[in-house]
Design a protein around this ligand. Structure first.
Ligand SMILES: *Cc1c(COP(=O)(O)O)cnc(C)c1O
Length: 388
């Protein structure tokens, strides 16, 4: 059972079936897909199959799938492409709760002369749509809004947002890294121009991502060089990982049902039990509009880092805030944007499950965590004051 890994929004295990399909591409099938000989040509055909499988997962056509090196590259490529294609427009819009791959890029662009609107969220983490629509103008080059939040799991109404933004003739991108594989994603229904996903969040390896680019969308490559990916991204393909992502996409589609039932039930069991047994604990984010695998729980008057360390002793792997905020003592920008009180934001833990989690593991956390919180609170001066 060890480790008890409930940190799947940070990264996920490579599925054994995925690894098995990848292995030959490190050994006997090492050809370059761009080669003229059929030894390389075979590999090109396998990449084609992987592209079809990824397209199948999100209701796209294979020509709309661009393989990149990670979710971060997909996000950066999408935003840069929109800016290069609309050189006269200097206004960009995103939310206040994006992953650093978008957040830090937009902050960086703000320093180089772009006007940036960060759309706020309410205390349940839901987006202020009125605010977003009110700020669309003729100078807006792109709107980028994440599909699902990595810290709270809160899902935004991307279909509606995409429709409204497109009606204004503005480019729309969504970071769907956390959504793909956990909830249905169908590009036939959601009129977004671009969408990012990442392999290692859905049981493919780290270091492979996809940018979906809707047919007809103006595009400008980020990496210039060879003619790979139809000239949209130069560089010899990460063949084994592309093959792996193809298999993982096929499996994610197949496993979607289980994620939305068994995994959701385990998540619900975990959070219900913890909220019930631990006083002064609360769920961060909307309970309904949420990924089935994620829960963020604020335990008031304790340090999240301390909880993590004590869980680590028992080989329970979770995270406080986002992986990138861990290590700093500031509560995450997501919880701050939601106005989660400091007393709870500091003690917030994210549990994110996958199809590899078992009920036994969840029962183990339910048994071990409440005494940990109790012990830490007994040591906390803030908890003491509260009681007086
Ligand atoms: C993990 C993640 C990314 C970054 O993906 P990488 O492949 O690790 O670069 C981007 N956005 C969200 C929402 C994520 O969860």
């Amino acid at each position: 059972m060890k480790p008890v890994y409930v940190d799947n929004n940070a990264t996920s295990r490579v599925a054994p079936e995925v690894l098995e399909e990848m292995l030959p591409y490190f050994t006997e099938r090492y050809g370059n897909p761009s080669s003229m000989h059929s030894f390389g040509g075979h590999v090109d055909r396998e990449i084609k199959l992987a592209r079809e499988r990824v397209a199948g997962l999100i209701g796209a056509s294979p020509s709309e799938i661009l393989f990149t090196s990670c979710g971060t590259e997909s996000d950066n490529t999408a935003i840069r492409a929109a800016l290069v294609s609309n050189p006269d427009k200097k206004h960009i819009i995103t939310s206040r709760v994006e992953h650093p791959a978008i957040k830090n890029l937009f902050e960086n662009l703000a320093k180089t002369g772009f006007r940036v609107t960060f759309v706020p969220v309410d205390n349940k983490g839901l987006l202020d749509l009125e605010y977003l629509y009110r700020h669309l103008d003729d100078d807006t080059a792109i709107v980028s809004i994440m599909w699902a939040n990595n810290e709270t799991g809160v899902i935004f109404p991307v279909e509606e947002i995409a429709q409204t933004v497109k009606e204004r003739g503005i480019v729309f991108h969504t970071d769907a890294v956390q959504a793909v594989g956990k909830v249905p994603v169908d590009m036939n229904k959601v009129p977004a121009d671009m969408l990012s996903l990442s392999g290692h969040k859905l049981h493919a390896p780290k270091g492979i991502g996809v940018l979906y680019i809707r047919k007809g969308t103006k595009f400008s490559p980020f990496l210039i060089g060879g003619h790979q990916e139809s000239g949209r991204r130069a560089g010899t393909e990460n063949v084994a990982s592309i093959i792996g992502l193809g298999k993982a996409s096929e499996m994610a589609l197949y496993n979607l049902d289980e994620t939305e039932t068994r995994i959701k039930n385990l998540r619900d069991k975990l959070e219900k039990s913890l909220i019930k047994t631990v006083p002064n604990s609360m769920i961060n984010g909307d309970m309904d509009k949420r990924l089935p695998n994620t829960t963020s729980i604020g335990f008031e008057f304790v340090e999240g880092e301390a909880i993590l360390l004590m869980m680590n002793e028992l080989e329970i792997c979770a995270s406080s805030g986002s992986a990138c905020t861990s290590g700093s003592l500031e509560p995450s920008h997501v919880l701050r944007a939601m106005g989660v009180p400091f007393t709870a934001a500091h003690g917030s833990i994210r549990f994110s499950l996958s199809i590899y989690n078992t009920e036994k593991e969840i029962d183990f956390i339910i048994e071990k965590l409440p005494p940990i919180i109790k012990k830490l609170r007994e040591l906390s001066p803030f908890w003491d004051k509260k009681k007086c």
